[in-house]
Design a protein around this ligand. Structure first.
Ligand code: PHE
Length: 544
């Protein structure tokens, strides 16, 4: 009953599979989502629970998915049908394919934002992307509400004297060389911030008088400017839609080429690039003065912050970030040959994904804390806080370009795996041609994503259970559909497939794996209970 014969493609090599699977796992989840949900959920205690979830349930489900995929050489629906032709088990696969539609539809919206932000970043000075009109409006409205604040002229004196000295943009240099006699009353610290702010605002063409206002609120300037720019962008009815379409098109172009010359080929190019970029960004982040506060936030847990909801969020994120619970890894596993060692491959994928998340967290939080910003920025964190930071950070222009390139690469290699789940279902089960399946369903996913793309603009007021479309899709998929899908897969393995069958598949292709059936049942039961308990704790609102 295995597969539909020799016409089905396979990966060109083990490395090709590992890179593609790691490409699926490493995505916006690691670089966009992990930092902001860590910020919103209190930091290191959340990170710790996420790591525990990866170990207790992530790794087992990864092994189960890849094993089922390789054993059956089929898409998720076909795979469950193949192992268990009778009964409702194939519905786990159906839920997986539906989840792929849901996730890709909103994932593509954020991925589209990242594409737009590369364009903004590349088109010149990073602050050029900031809409001058928006900035001036903001300055005006701010002036209106804060006129009672006495404006200090001192920073202006400072700037004049700096210009007279022929100094230019290097902030630190500037603050060091100003003769203190010029600035009797201004602490060097304050001047430093002021100078950085003014430096970046000046490039937007904001008039000098308005700038004087900023001298009294310098540290709030940059996030506001970047934030307003982000708001202007994300609420517009045009660009987010165009970018969403562009992203789906990129995924379609890769998937349509097939497993080896499409997915594998692009992952082989993009994943090494991703690793190089993230290392550069980490080095930049931790060499900023004050970076250690960010590391403490990420790695020193405060258990009073751990509630049921935080735990469920961490669990859901473990599934999301490893692409588990909906059959993406099963689909990729179905293109593996029987010769591969599954245990080793799974470990590589899990370790790479986790390391990238922690590296991304390190790069982002060291920069956020070093520059004195708040860690709980929400979904906009990387779009409305980071550009403000790039604007003032030494080398920020290049860091900004690299950062959004990194995000886009990560998003494409994940988006491709989501689309492949849908394509493989129609190719295997419905005998469609790959090109037809990819094009048609790509278009449908674009259409389903439109409400999400407009969720921050035209459809802002439209809510489901108090959430806009985008948040609702995200919430449903990562908090409920994925963990439930994963739980069903574990239960399926224990009660239907049998751990004997699972172990036999794991042992196929190398690896000694000295583990008894009994012990494996115990381990899988612990995994299932862990999911159940976390669910109950989350839903009951434990610890609130
Ligand atoms: N793992 C991807 C990420 O972290 C998202 C994803 C989820 C991809 C489910 C495929 C399946 O961004």
């Amino acid at each position: 009953m295995a597969g539909n014969g020799s016409s089905r493609e396979q990966w060109g090599s083990r490395l090709g599979f590992i890179l593609a699977a790691a490409g699926s796992a490493v995505g916006l989840g690691n670089i966009w989502k992990f930092p902001f949900i860590t910020g919103m959920n209190g930091g290191a205690a959340f990170v710790l629970f996420y790591l525990i979830s990866i170990l207790l349930i992530g790794l087992p489900v990864m092994l189960i998915e890849i094993s089922i995929g390789r054993k059956t050489q089929l898409n998720p629906v076909g795979a469950f049908k193949s192992i268990s032709p009778r009964g409702p088990y194939f519905l786990i696969g159906v839920m997986g394919v539906l989840t792929a539609f849901v996730i890709l539809s909103y994932y593509s919206v954020i991925a589209g934002w990242t594409l737009s932000y590369i364009v903004k970043a590349v088109s010149g000075n990073f602050m050029d992307f900031t809409n001058t009109a928006v900035a001036i409006d903001m300055v005006d409205s701010f002036a209106g509400s804060r006129l009672d604040i006495p404006l200090t002229e001192i920073p202006w004196t400072a700037i004049d004297s700096l210009s007279a000295l022929g100094l230019h943009k290097d902030t630190l240099l500037a603050t060091q060389v100003i003769p203190s006699a010029v600035l009797p009353d201004v602490a060097v610290e304050q001047l430093k911030v002021t100078w950085m702010s003014i430096d970046s605002v000046a490039s937007m063409g904001v008039v000098r008088d308005s700038l004087a206002i900023w001298s009294v609120v310098p540290d709030t300037l940059l996030p506001m400017v970047a934030g307003m720019e982000f708001e202007a962008y994300s609420s517009s009815p045009n660009w987010p839609l165009v970018a969403h379409f562009a992203f789906i098109t990129l995924c379609v172009l890769v998937v349509i080429k097939g497993v080896k010359s499409g997915i594998e080929r692009w992952n082989r190019i993009l994943m090494p690039a991703l690793f190089v970029i993230i290392l550069l960004l980490v080095i930049r982040g931790i060499t900023l003065t004050g970076a250690s506060a960010g590391l403490k936030f990420l790695f020193l847990p405060d258990f009073s912050k751990l509630t049921g909801d935080v735990m469920l969020t961490a669990l859901g994120h473990a599934f999301f970030t490893l692409s588990l619970g909906m059959g993406a890894m099963m689909t990729y596993g179905s293109y593996l040959s029987r010769k591969e060692n599954l245990m080793k491959s799974a470990l590589w994928i899990v370790v790479m994904d986790t390391v990238v998340a922690l590296l991304a967290g390190t790069a982002i939080f060291s920069a956020v804390f070093a520059m004195g910003f708040e860690p709980s920025g929400g979904p906009g964190l990387v779009f409305n806080v980071l550009p403000g930071i790039f604007a003032v950070m030494p080398g920020g222009l290049y860091v900004g370009i690299l950062f959004f390139a990194l995000l886009s690469i990560a998003a494409i290699t994940s988006g491709v795996s989501l689309l492949e789940v849908v394509t493989s279902y129609f190719v295997d089960q419905k005998k469609w041609k790959r090109s037809r399946a990819t094009l048609l369903w790509g278009l449908v996913i674009f259409l389903i994503g439109i409400p999400s793309a407009l969720s921050y603009g035209l459809l802002k007021e439209f809510t489901l259970f108090g959430m806009n479309f985008f948040d609702f899709f995200d919430y449903m998929s990562f908090k409920y559909m994925l963990p439930l899908g994963g739980l069903f897969m574990v239960l399926f393995t224990i009660f239907r497939w049998g751990v004997g069958g699972f172990l036999a598949e794991l042992r196929q292709g190398g690896g000694k794996l000295r583990i008894s059936n009994e012990l494996l049942i115990v381990l899988l039961t612990i995994s299932a209970e862990f999911v159940l308990i976390t669910f109950v704790a989350g839903i009951m609102g434990w610890g609130k």
